[in-house]
Design a protein around this ligand. Structure first.
Ligand SMILES: *Cc1c(COP(=O)(O)O)cnc(C)c1O
Length: 423
């Protein structure tokens, strides 16, 4: 192992993979001088994405976060009526949100003056636990909106979550930013909520360098989001505004990149799946497991491969707010040791997305676990055993180098490096 040299070319977590068509459509925008937030590329990607997802309308926006903002704003307006000028549509209302996710999933709830209540994670797909969600409705029966992520490209337990939403008369917004192309019972993620989103950020399964989409079957909703995203201009000869607007529309240049990527979505998914399967095979005999998915009902897009170390095989690891320490032990390891070792060899892994209820910015928000325990409004833990699944996966899990351009040989070396951490 000591004789092994670092990778000459860095192995990335997930880097963009360009094919040539992207440049062609960008050039097309230049040639036609559509250097703005409209043009053939924008129109084309909206059609292509709606076709792929199987929804009626896709609205091209500047980023996934902006798409989520407008999806959540729209849900708020439908549930609670139009906001007063200059106010958010969620004004004081609680919203149930995935807890183990990227903060872009939940920040828009705050943009709209709502309060996120974090729902703990289950162990079968690492997504929102439908049992914890039901407990949350028992505690806060008035909640009407649920924001659900499909983490790392793995579909959540949609049947169970939809059933709980239906039982309590709530609606769903899906954050499919990481799961474009993934399906649940044959239906694409991004089609289950009343308004859903995907992202084309630089490290996603396909990219425009940035960009996102709002997805819906409702024409009025698509029109509304398109209007909000272009500064809420009314149909008047001058700039006429009756409501607050945003500058969230996708650029025709960015859309050219996305347009060029679209034909390669399935190829990228196949490559990502191969990466996942090679890790699964390569880790045999080690005290670790891959991030799980429902093999019967779901087809992830395998955007990121992750692993979790068995409890008994964890060496001592302590994390503060900004740093981490560990004590190396024979036969054991921990995410910090593995990530540091990968970095030493010029390969990029990443910790599991730190759960929102553990983030300083959200320390005062309620958090509900599967036992109906968790954290109440005063930041005091509600009595009872606290099984905090998100904190446990964060403690023992990590995201592996998952680049689709990594060769089998390079991946074998990554696997060997990880094995050496358990020596
Ligand atoms: C990337 C991502 C987003 C945000 O998308 P951007 O296009 O980067 O704004 C939202 N949610 C999740 C889960 C993401 O991974």
């Amino acid at each position: 192992m000591d004789k092994m040299k670092p990778f000459e070319k860095k192995i990335w977590l997930s880097s963009p993979t360009m094919h040539g068509d992207e440049q062609k459509w960008v050039n097309d925008a230049f040639e036609k001088n559509w250097i703005t937030t409209a043009g053939e590329n924008v129109d084309s990607v909206e059609t292509l994405v709606a076709e792929k997802i199987g929804c009626k309308y896709a609205v091209a926006l500047s980023c996934g976060t902006g798409a989520l903002h407008l999806a959540i704003k729209l849900a708020g307006e439908k549930l609670y009526g139009q906001a007063k000028p200059n106010a958010g549509t969620l004004q004081g209302h609680k919203v149930f949100c995935s807890d183990m996710t990227f903060d872009a999933t939940v920040n828009p709830v705050a943009y709209e003056d709502g309060e996120a209540v974090f729902i703990d994670t289950e162990r079968d797909t690492w997504n929102m636990d439908p049992v914890a969600l039901e407990k949350a409705f028992e505690i806060y029966p008035d909640v009407k909106l649920v924001v659900l992520v499909h983490l790392y490209g793995t579909p959540a337990k949609l049947d169970e979550i939809m059933a709980v939403c239906e039982k309590y008369g709530a609606v769903l917004v899906e954050d499919a930013a990481e799961s474009f192309g993934a399906a649940y019972k044959g239906k694409q993620t991004g089609t289950f909520g009343i308004g859903n989103i995907i992202s084309f950020n630089g490290n996603k399964i396909i990219t425009g360098s940035s960009g996102g989409m709002f997805l819906t079957d409702n024409k009025a909703d698509a029109d509304k989001v398109r209007k909000w995203s272009t500064q809420s201009r009314e149909a008047a000869p001058w700039y006429q505004h009756e409501e607050i607007g945003y500058n969230y529309r996708m650029s025709n240049i960015i859309a050219g990149v996305v347009r060029g990527q679209m034909p390669y979505l399935e190829e990228h998914i196949a490559q990502k799946k191969a990466v996942y399967m090679r890790y699964k095979e390569g880790f045999k005999g080690l005290p670790v497991h891959m991030n799980p998915y429902d093999e019967k009902n779901s087809e992830p897009n395998f955007w990121l491969s992750c692993m979790i170390i068995d409890k008994e095989a964890m060496c001592k690891q302590v994390r503060g707010e900004q740093d981490a320490l560990y004590i190396s032990e024979n036969g054991k390891s921990c995410p910090t040791e593995i990530l540091e070792t990968l970095a030493k060899y010029n390969a990029e892994g990443r910790p599991i997305w730190k759960p929102m209820h553990m983030q300083p910015i959200y320390r005062m928000n309620p958090f509900i676990t599967v036992n109906g325990n968790g954290r109440g409004q005063t930041n005091a833990y509600i009595a009872g055993d606290l099984e905090d699944v998100g904190a446990d996966i964060f403690e023992r899990g990590l995201c592996l180098p998952s680049d689709n351009k990594m060769t089998a040989e390079e991946q074998d070396k990554i696997i060997e490096i990880i094995r050496s951490c358990f020596d």
